[in-house]
Design a protein around this ligand. Structure first.
Ligand SMILES: NC(=O)c1ccc[n+]([C@@H]2O[C@H](COP(=O)([O-])OP(=O)(O)OC[C@H]3O[C@@H](n4cnc5c(N)ncnc54)[C@H](O)[C@@H]3O)[C@@H](O)[C@H]2O)c1
Ligand SMILES: O=c1ccn([C@@H]2O[C@H](COP(=O)(O)OP(=O)(O)O[C@H]3O[C@H](CO)[C@H](O)[C@H](O)[C@H]3O)[C@@H](O)[C@H]2O)c(=O)[nH]1
Length: 334
């Protein structure tokens, strides 16, 4: 514990959100000093189980600078962002402001205060609709929506800054994040969910009547979309590994964060029904605009470079934890 603390604090932006709160928990459990900056636009203060929560905005450079200085921040983990793809199409400037301009401002503050390391939440959405569904980090980046573009622009800024400053970074391109804390303390509470796993568990607990299957005529084994679902616990541990890698002098790098294999929409929905003990009501409908048939991470680099060894690569485990959390949310709101 003493060793972790002596290295300075970790600032986690968006640490009250779904993924950030899982990382904060893992950082706290290993004795890191954590400070969270979150404006609670989609996050929840109860989700911050360790460290101090400062309610504020990443666009507030004065506040960010003060935090970096007063908390003697060593590393910034930057999760804060807007994350809803269809909303980014309707309101692109909202995304370029929060995901791109605010990241730029964060980076300026980091540079000013000599922050050593930066870990950035990117997304498989930077790849757009790849021709080869097995995606390496060198695959072309061609986002097809403002969300993906807003993240790619942040990646570019980070890489440019790495050439001009000593701060080192890890960019993690998350594939489809799902599941919750296995002990059920925190989970995904996102309102107006659009992600398949969340929608499916909401249906399982009766919050939704049915789940729509967007497209059954893809060139995939069962005709529905295939994705690489990664358990949030494993994704969180990849951040811890990224921190250790940077502290050990690792050079700046971009890595896919996925398992390297996928499940179809039907497989996910069947598993949710099985774990819940009752099949979900599903309705087959047209493809959703911009949905590629399959997105699978080539995920060898993250394992070899970070020494990441995921522990929850099992659809049943992922779905069960998500369903447990959804049941808790339902109880709480009764
Ligand atoms: N969930 C996924 O499947 C997924 C996939 C790929 C990438 N990501 C990325 O992971 C990160 C976290 O996503 P999430 O799913 O946990 O979303 P989330 O909405 O649960 O978390 C985002 C957090 O950031 C906070 N926030 C947003 N704008 C802010 C601002 N300007 N200042 C301070 N706080 C702000 C929100 O209140 C929230 O707590 C995002 O950067 C997202 O783009 C998520
Ligand atoms: O109600 C639904 C929701 C989704 N799907 C299907 O389920 C699969 C997964 O869709 P999600 O919406 O859960 O996730 P996406 O793959 O579209 O994208 C998500 O994961 C990406 C990374 O791969 C990005 O991070 C992006 O931000 C995030 O929305 C797709 O085939 C989609 O068509 C349905 O059939 N019905």
């Amino acid at each position: 514990m003493g060793e972790a603390n002596s290295k300075g604090s970790i600032l986690v932006t968006g640490g009250a959100g779904y993924i950030g709160s899982h990382v904060v928990r893992q950082l706290g459990e290993r004795g890191e000093n954590v400070v969270v900056l979150d404006n609670l636009s989609t996050g929840f203060k109860e989700a911050v189980l360790y460290g101090e929560l400062i309610v504020g905005d990443t666009g507030d450079m004065e506040l960010v600078s003060r935090i970096l200085k007063e908390h003697i921040v060593e590393t910034v983990m930057h999760f804060a962002a807007h994350t809803i793809v269809p909303e980014s199409v309707e309101n692109p400037l909202k995304y370029y402001r929060n995901n791109t301009a605010n990241t730029r401002n964060m980076l300026e503050c980091c540079q000013k205060h000599g922050i050593k390391h930066f870990v950035f939440s990117s997304t498989a959405a930077v790849y757009g609709e790849p021709e080869d569904p097995n995606i390496t980090e060198a695959s072309p980046t061609q986002p097809i929506n403002p969300y993906g573009m807003s993240k790619l622009m942040s990646e570019i800024m980070l890489r440019d800054l790495a050439a001009a400053s000593p701060m080192t970074h890890v960019i993690l391109r998350y594939f489809n994040v799902a599941g919750c804390d296995p002990e059920g303390r925190i989970g995904q509470s996102t309102e107006k969910a659009t992600l398949l796993t969340k929608v499916a568990v909401e249906c399982a607990v009766g919050k939704r009547e049915q789940v729509y299957i967007f497209g059954t005529d893809f060139n995939t084994p069962d005709g529905t979309g295939v994705r690489d679902y990664i358990h949030v616990e494993d994704l969180a541990s990849a951040h811890i590994k990224a921190l250790d890698y940077l502290r050990n002098g690792g050079e700046s790098i971009t890595l896919n964060a996925g398992y390297g294999h996928g499940y179809s929409v039907r497989e996910v929905l069947e598993m949710v029904g099985r774990v819940n003990g009752k099949p979900l009501k599903t309705i087959e409908t047209d493809r959703r605009a911009g949905d590629p048939p399959a997105l699978i991470a080539k995920a060898t680099k993250i394992r070899s470079i970070l020494g990441w060894n995921p522990q929850h690569d099992d659809l049943e485990v992922i779905v069960s934890s998500a369903l447990n959390w959804e049941r808790k949310l339902l109880e709480r709101n009764r």
